[in-house]
Ligand binder design. Structure first.
Ligand code: ZN
Length: 412
């Protein structure tokens, strides 16, 4: 099969989509269901229809563009990603998987290949948590990982409910109908920029993902006693920030001693009240993000944090309260899809690195309902979620070619 990726067209489409933005170029800002997002969706729909794909969307705006196979009743092979972008982001996160997926389908069409299983480009709604505070909204609903009732309770910062917002975007139907029927997909593959530095550093052009790490997020509130920085002597203090400091180091230590490099823990936010130079901190709020490829190991770090909190609370006479905001399970990529990706790299003479996805993606949720894999391409300095995010045309085209080859294998 002679497969050719139209690199020039693909790059010009990435530029065209980047120009539909609420940020000033090169920054891209495209929040779900804003007029800009709707314009981008309409633009993309036209590109899909030009390729002869049958386009449909569900009640939450997940978009499906299908190239019918010779056995249209057979389970489809899916590929895709997202086009929403956080404020002041770049051009490539998500978009490479969507427009690369579309170009992979067009390359297969041009080659004369005819799939047995339909190939479907899938564009997920709201992978980014910007508007509704939850990431991967579309894929959570598709996979049944988020109940329609819980989704129905979501609202944006202006207090608009998800039903109001999607209604305003012209989407009808029930959230309960978004979940895909069992066996809808035969397999799913997502092409994505790495969002990390490993491929570039090792000068390896492609990454085949074996595991997708998943975060657990906690919010910890510590309440001690405030007072005058001069007046309260040390033995009488119940300093909430000193307790937080001990707890932060305990969390770091729990991740460091988990026994695996894949365990990472981050305290990214520390709010101190009242926050004055001459006032003993009476209250502290911490955000904690713990990630791993192994759920039990990650959850053990969460338990270690809880235990440390109890010990510190008793020792320092402060109240420590922990809220679990979210704890998604990590996913393993399917051996069959990993194999198809690896063989496609080899067939195209491309070196690849088996690797872990440290960020999470819609594929994390797709993996719960269908055999799933991911293909990474390098991005400069590992930068992502910033305007200078960059992937070269050569790397994008290479990823798209291997994706096309993989879709051919999976859909034959
Ligand atoms: Zn992404």
């Amino acid at each position: 099969m002679k497969l050719d990726v139209d690199r020039k067209r693909l790059v010009s489409e990435i530029e065209a989509l980047a120009s539909i933005s609420d940020g000033e170029a090169p920054a891209v800002t495209r929040i779900v269901f804003t007029p800009t997002d709707l314009k981008a969706r309409a633009w993309l729909r036209t590109r899909c229809e030009e390729a002869g794909l049958a386009v449909r969307w569900d009640a939450v705006g997940n978009t499906f563009a299908r190239w019918a196979g010779s056995d249209p009743a057979a389970a489809a092979v899916g590929t895709g990603s997202h086009i929403d972008a956080i404020p002041n982001a770049g051009k490539y996160d998500g978009v490479v998987g969507v427009l690369g997926g579309l170009e992979a389908i067009r390359a297969l069409q041009r080659s004369g290949f005819r799939p047995k299983h339909s190939i479907e480009l899938l564009v997920f709604t709201s992978e980014e948590p910007t508007r509704f505070g939850i990431g991967c909204l579309g894929s959570r609903l598709l996979s049944g990982s988020l109940s329609p009732e819980a989704a129905g309770r979501l609202a944006d910062d202006e207090g608009k409910s998800i039903d109001e917002v999607r209604g305003g975007a012209g989407l009808q139907g029930e959230l309960a109908d978004v979940k895909l029927a069992d066996g809808y997909y035969k397999a799913f593959v997502e092409l994505h920029i790495e969002q990390g530095p490993l491929l570039e550093r090792q000068q390896i052009p492609l990454g085949v993902v074996t595991n997708i790490a998943a975060p657990a997020s906690l919010r910890i509130s510590i309440a001690g006693a405030g007072g005058h920085a001069g007046g309260v002597l040390m033995p009488d203090r119940r300093d909430a920030l000193c307790a937080a400091a001990e707890l932060i180091l305990a969390i770091e230590n729990a991740a460091l001693t988990s026994g695996a490099w894949d365990t990472v823990a981050t305290v990214g936010m520390c709010e101190v009240f009242p926050g004055a130079v001459n006032s003993i901190p009476s209250q502290v709020r911490l955000s904690v993000d713990i990630r791993d490829t192994d759920r039990e190991r990650r959850d053990a770090v969460m338990r270690a944090a809880e235990n440390a909190g109890q010990a510190i609370s008793a020792k320092r006479q402060v109240a420590i309260h922990t809220d679990l905001l979210n704890a998604d399970a990590p996913a393993n990529c399917a051996p069959g899809v990993v194999e198809a990706l690896s063989q496609s790299c080899q067939k195209r003479g491309q070196n690849f690195l088996p690797m872990v996805s440290r960020a999470y993606h819609d594929s994390l949720f797709m993996a719960r309902i269908t055999p799933t894999g991911m293909l990474f391409i390098p991005c400069r300095n590992g930068y992502s979620h910033r305007p200078d995010e960059y992937a070269s045309a050569e790397d994008i085209a290479r990823g798209t070619l291997v994706l096309a080859e993989t879709l051919a294998v999976l859909s034959a």
